[in-house]
Structures are given as C-alpha cells and as structure tokens.
Design a binder for this molecule. Structure first.
Ligand code: COA
Length: 442
C-alpha cells in the first residue's frame, strides 16, 4: 500500500506535464498480434484519458510476411527499401487492412473488461498521408514502395483537438490516386516532426531491446554513434534513425522502449528514470540556482544525511534565508543533488557546503559537476581560496585538489562558528586559474 501511495504521488508531476501534449507512438505489427495487445491498448487509453493527444502508427511486418508466404512471394530489397510489385502491394493492402481492423477492435471491445470501462475513445484513421513513389534508383524501379510527401496536419490536428486518437497505417496515397507502401518508422518520424509533437515513442521488439540500456539517455550524436557500430541490429535502425532525425528537427524527446516488457509505456512516462532509452537534444539534467520553491526537495535530500551526521543540521527557516547560496541539479522537476557556496568577501574566501547527491544518483559525476560549478562561481566572484569542513568525505575533496588546513586558516568570522564537538576536518583549495567548465553529464 505504501509503495502504491508513494508511486502514485511520484507520478503526479508527469500526469501534469503530459496533459495537452502530443505523443506519436509507433508499434510493430507484432504488438497487434501479441496476447498482450489488450494491455497496450489499456495503457494507451489511460494516456488519452489523462489528456495526452495520441497519434498511433502501426507496422505490419508479421502480417505481411504471412500473406507473402501464402502467395509464395519474396520481397527483394535494395538498401532498406523493398521493390513492391503489384502482387506484393495486394498483400500489403490485406496486411494493413487486417492490422488496422484488429487495432480498432482492440480499442473498441477491450475496454468494458478493463479498468478503463467507460472511457469512450474514438480511433480515427483516413487518408492523412500523401505519398510519392520511391521511383527508379540505381536502375531499379521500386514500383509501389513510396516515400512520404506530406501529412494532412490540419486534419490530424482537428481530430486530436476533438479528442480522437489518430491511427496512421504505413500506406500513403498519391495525388493521382495510387497507394504506396511506406516504412512505419518513417511515418511516425514525419508525423512527430510535421505535427510538432512533444514526444516520439517507438515500442521496440526483440531481445536486444530488452537488454539493460546503457546509457539510458543520450543526445542525437551519441545515438548516431551507436547506429554506426557494426554490431547494431539492422531491424532497430529505422527507429533509432527516426529518433535522431526527429530530435534534430525539433522534437524535444524521442523514446525507445522495449514493447515486450509489461507496462513499459507507463514506466517510461511516469517514473523519473524511465526504462527505455531517451534521446534528446535538450538538456536533461539542469544545474541551476535554487529558489524558495526548492526548499521541500532540498530538505528531503539533506535530512537523511543530517541524521547520519554527515551534514550539519539546517532548519527550514535557515534554508529559506540562505537559499541564494544554493545550486541544485534537477531532472524532471526532482532535485537530484545540491551544494552551497558561502562567500567571505573581505578575505576573498569561499566555503563549499552542503554538497549532497541523492543516493540513487551517486558516482555518476554529479558531485564532481556541482563542485566544478561552484568553483567557477567562486572564481567569477573573485574568491580565490575555498575551504570545506567535512567529517566523512575528506578523500573525495582531496581527490578534487583540496589540502588539509587548520581552523586558524578559516576566515575569522567562520572560526567563531566552528563546532568543536563536531570536530570536522578543514580542507582548503587555492584557485590558481579559472576552473574548467562543467562536464557534459550535467
Ligand atoms: C560526496 C558526494 C557528494 C559525491 O557525489 P557523487 O556524485 O557520488 O561523486 P562523483 O560521481 O563525482 O565521484 C565519485 C567518486 O567519489 C568517490 N567517493 C564518493 N563518496 C566518497 C567519500 N565519502 N569519500 C571518498 N570518496 C568518495 C567514489 O568512490 C567515486 O570514486 P571512483 O570514481 O574512484 O570510484 C556524494 O557521495 C554524497 O552526496 N555523499 C553524502 C554527502 C556528503 O558526504 N557530502 C559532503 C559533505 S562535506
């Protein structure tokens, strides 16, 4: 019960943050055929009922393979693009039609047996995608394989505005009335870009997607480096490349989530760390000056350390008075770390204090980044000597260039406040030059 209450409270900021936002969610035909599909429908319905504007894009790989098999047809590929004959196009139409009907059925009949009973959800699909033929490349005519020309964004926006969930299939139509087969990942990517979506989410298939993610967050350049590695699975490339392209085209966040993990979508969207891989061009962890609104988060971070005697006790009132000295590291509105710099201007000396990293985020370099940031601030304020009083963290400071000092080395005003009972050790660092900029982890 306690865990539920805690989880629910912790998810509140995300519920607020996601309301009114547009998410494009792409899943493969495997998801539609899987026994878990009702769970995915339920999670998507929950998102929609929390006010998320949803655009769903589905693939048809297994549905198409089945039909091609029955017709004894093989698709020849040139690069990633299939050569789609008229006979194969017929299989595509069958596969898309079946998948689309199965999805509509899932969203219609699943709800009465679920906790989402009564959440009337309208799924809308249509001729939202304008396509053109891939044409002849290197002498090969790709026939009915197409490329996206544009999306009918006003019509999609209108449908979303009216509370519908928009479903896009990997088929587009040319202005001459022909149908073309498209890659679902490309449809999702273009939809996210052209609609100015807040998130592009790919639900990935396969065991590779289930493997522990390392790292959980990256920028487009890092994702591109992964894509370039020779052992990167070919079937994952379109989604990863789509994320990179979307981020570079202004979509703030792109997520890759293992579809086969139960509740993956909810875990990714409603927990601080998620479970998938987040690709974002923007800054994820923010290092900034603390404000009075951070007091609650600061107290939650430092109170356990005060109890352990690692940090000196600071009351709420004292924190309010001294908040201007604090900086915090924030992720998704949660405070992961903090530190303070107190200046003794007359003596050009500064004190580093209350440096603390949440236990779940230690040894990731956040402490280092905070200290480097405060040293830069100290330098900018003309403070050329820094000291710190510590009971249990001496070696960490030594490794950052601090050397043992004496109580007499402290500014006079600080000597008077020294707590002999606490018996902290003094460490001092002289800043010889402007400290280096923060590491990119921050
Ligand atoms: C000290 C603290 C701020 C370091 O933050 P962090 O983000 O985990 O540190 P970094 O990732 O930059 O550095 C990790 C390195 O510091 C070492 N380290 C962490 N705490 C240490 C300690 N108390 N003493 C010595 N080394 C320590 C780690 O072993 C690691 O070393 P390695 O890379 O050689 O394995 C963090 O451990 C913390 O919040 N501790 C409790 C509060 C505290 O002691 N504050 C200082 C009060 S004066």
């Amino acid at each position: 019960m306690d865990r539920f209450v805690k989880w629910f409270r912790n998810s509140t900021p995300y519920i607020n943050a996601h309301r009114g936002k547009t998410f494009v969610v792409c899943f493969g035909g495997e998801a539609v055929m899987s026994a878990d599909f009702p769970h995915l429908v339920q999670d998507l319905t929950l998102l929609a009922s929390l006010g998320v504007r949803l655009v769903l894009v589905h693939g048809v790989t297994p549905q198409l393979a089945e039909r091609l098999g029955k017709a004894s047809l093989d698709l020849a590929y040139h690069g990633e693009i299939p050569v789609l004959t008229a006979a194969a196009l017929q299989c595509v139409k069958d596969a898309v039609g079946t998948a689309r009907l199965d999805i509509e059925a899932g969203f219609s009949c699943g709800l009465p047996q679920t906790p989402m009973d009564g959440a009337a959800l309208r799924l809308l699909s249509g001729n939202f995608l304008i396509a053109r033929p891939v044409g002849v490349r290197n002498g090969v005519d790709h026939q009915h394989s197409g490329e996206i020309r544009r999306l009918e964004t006003p019509a999609i926006r209108q449908a979303l505005h009216q509370g519908a969930v928009v479903l896009l299939s990997p088929m587009g139509y040319s202005t001459t009335g022909e149908a073309f087969f498209l890659q679902s990942e490309a449809v999702a990517t273009q939809a996210a870009i052209q609609l100015g979506a807040d998130k592009l989410i790919f639900l990935e298939e396969g065991t590779e997607a289930m493997a522990p993610r390392r790292p959980g967050q990256m920028d487009p350049a890092q994702a591109e480096a992964q894509l370039a590695s020779t052992d990167f699975a070919a079937e994952r490339r379109p989604a990863w490349a789509g994320c990179v392209q979307a981020c570079r085209s202004g979509v703030p966040r792109a997520h890759l989530i293992p579809r086969q993990q139960e509740g993956a979508l909810l875990l990714e969207l409603f927990t601080r760390d998620g479970i998938g891989t987040l690709i974002t061009a923007g800054q994820y962890d923010v290092l900034r000056e603390a404000t009075i609104d951070d007091i609650g988060g600061l107290l939650a971070l430092i109170a356990p350390l005060e109890t352990q005697g690692i940090l000196v006790h600071r009351s709420r009132e004292q924190l309010e008075l001294e908040i201007g000295n604090f900086v915090v590291m924030e992720r998704d509105q949660a405070i992961l770390a903090c530190a303070a710099l107190y200046g003794f201007i007359e003596e050009d000396v500064g004190e580093i204090a209350c440096i603390a990293v949440h236990p779940d985020y230690r040894e990731l370099g956040l402490g280092h980044d905070l200290l480097a940031h405060l040293e830069q601030r100290a330098w900018a304020r003309g403070l050329r000597r820094l000291f710190v009083l510590t009971t249990q963290t001496a070696h960490w400071f030594i490794e950052h260039g601090y050397r043992p000092g004496r109580i007499q080395d402290l500014p006079v005003a600080r000597q008077g406040l020294y707590n002999y009972k606490r018996n902290s050790k003094v460490f001092i660092k002289t800043l010889e030059a402007a400290p280096a900029a923060r590491s990119p982890t921050a």
